[in-house]
Design a protein around this ligand. Structure first.
Ligand code: PHE
Length: 447
């Protein structure tokens, strides 16, 4: 059964919808706070441009050349008799792990949307108590909103690429951009706006560590959605008229712009009230609500706009994380879409419950060393599996597959021979350098 694919604008918005997510608005600002501001941002941006963009194009092109789900795509484009399709297995697995904790966070966002309208916490202490109370003691609230997140995502994906994924992105992405611009213009009027910009862009390399480099590289992969075959899966549904190099650039630019805007907005609000850049997953959920409280009635509106933007960003990414597994089951095993979707959702939901519980008091057995399950999944997927998945993609296109097929396709899309060669060089050398360098920086403690 052949499904109908994306329109041109539908593809760009869906790919951007995947890239722009909790990674941009929730994670990027707090890891920037945690790892010291400007220097971290610089490494992040460099990775995005030199490693991320070439990989984005590699994934999209691989998908569009085979027009199949990820495992079959690797199979089709592998040299005769080689089993590189196994690469795709790791990617589907990674996506599955991300889905489990990603939806837990979307659940928190739904709850905070409700808090924004009813009772914002008045002080940072109250805000901490509210978030920690939910996180560590209130299982039922989290379970309720987590289930809601899973249901919404499943309900979109099961309708298919066109009627589900494209349609929702056409609405939510413009809405998200509008909401964020509203916050940005508001933040521009705050005195602390300049301080926020300085924090993000003034690089202090003394605060940089091997771990910071690894996290920055991982964050770039996570934020662009590369390394787990999402863009490959979307690429399989691309319209023939879509020019992939332009699409990759547009998606990369949108992703970067939104991360930077979200960072500046959040730091402007925090600094305006003399708060420190909190250094934890709680930043968007603790410091920010308390900051919004100070704005009175307008604060409720600001908070609601913020959490709505976060919810939209999260949903459009979560559906993209689910789609590769669904496409795989649907196309490779001929499972119908409803079964494939709800089956995957159910398993992800159950594993997600454990992830959710691992944050609660009394569930310390769901921890290993310093990290609980939530933190392990987050760290392992972003810092290890996604870069590894990206590395495999780079090796595959850079060294293994028939590159002339890629050239023909991209040449039709306007890429010259020399630009193509540059791209292959980036895949062959920059990507391994970035990934291995980041891991070495951490493991060997080079910085
Ligand atoms: N890019 C998304 C974000 O920034 C997360 C994501 C990761 C989506 C991997 C798909 C694949 O939130």
């Amino acid at each position: 059964m052949k499904e109908r694919g994306f329109t041109r604008i539908g593809f760009i918005l869906a790919a951007a919808g995947s890239a722009v997510g909790l990674g941009n608005i929730w994670k990027f600002p707090y890891v920037t706070g945690e790892y010291g501001g400007g220097a971290f941002v610089l490494i992040y941006l460099a990775t995005l441009a030199l490693v991320g963009l070439p990989l984005l194009l590699a994934e999209m092109t691989t998908g569009s050349l085979s027009r199949k789900e990820p495992v079959s795509a690797y199979e089709d484009l592998s040299p005769e008799g080689k089993r590189y399709w196994r690469f795709a297995g790791l990617k589907l697995f990674t996506g599955f792990l991300i889905l489990t904790f990603y939806t837990v966070v979307i659940g928190w966002i739904f709850y905070y949307l409700f808090i924004s309208l009813t009772h914002l916490p008045a002080t940072p202490e109250e805000a901490t108590a509210l978030f920690m109370g939910m996180l560590q003691e209130d299982a039922s609230t989290q379970i309720f909103f987590h289930a809601m997140a899973m249901l919404i995502i499943g309900a979109i994906v099961y309708r298919g690429v066109k009627a589900g994924i494209e349609r929702i992105n056409l609405v939510l992405m413009p809405a998200l951009i509008g909401l964020l611009l509203f916050l940005f213009f508001y933040a521009m009027g705050l005195e602390a706006f300049g301080e926020a910009v300085a924090f993000m862009f003034a690089a202090d390399f003394s605060r940089l560590s091997g771990e910071a480099v690894m996290v920055a590289v991982g964050q770039a992969f996570f934020s662009l959605s590369i390394g787990m075959a999402v863009l490959m899966t979307y690429g399989a549904f691309v319209d023939k008229k879509t020019r992939l190099p332009g699409a990759a650039l547009t998606v990369g630019a949108m992703d970067t712009a939104i991360a930077l805007i979200a960072g500046v907005v959040i730091f402007a609000f925090l600094f305006q009230l003399g708060m420190e850049p909190a250094q934890s997953v709680g930043m968007a959920f603790i410091s920010l609500p308390a900051a919004f409280y100070q704005f009175g009635a307008a604060g409720h509106l600001l908070a609601a706009v913020f959490f709505l933007a976060l919810a939209f960003a999260g949903i459009t990414s979560a559906i993209s994380i689910l789609e590769p597994s669904v496409a795989h089951l649907n196309q490779r095993y001929r499972m119908n879409r409803a079964k494939a979707t709800w089956g995957t959702v159910l398993v992800a939901y159950l594993l997600g419950l454990l992830v959710l519980l691992s944050n609660l008091k009394g569930f310390e057995w769901l921890s290993l060393g310093e990290r609980n399950l939530f933190s392990w999944f987050d760290f392992l997927t972003a810092a290890v599996f996604l870069p590894l998945g990206g590395l495999l993609m780079a090796i595959f296109v850079g060294f293994i597959t028939d590159r002339e097929r890629y050239f023909h396709q991209l040449h039709e899309h306007g890429l010259s021979r020399s630009a193509f060669n540059l791209w292959i060089a980036a895949l062959r050398y920059m990507v391994p350098l970035g990934v291995v360098g980041a891991i070495a920086a951490k493991v060997l403690g080079l910085i």
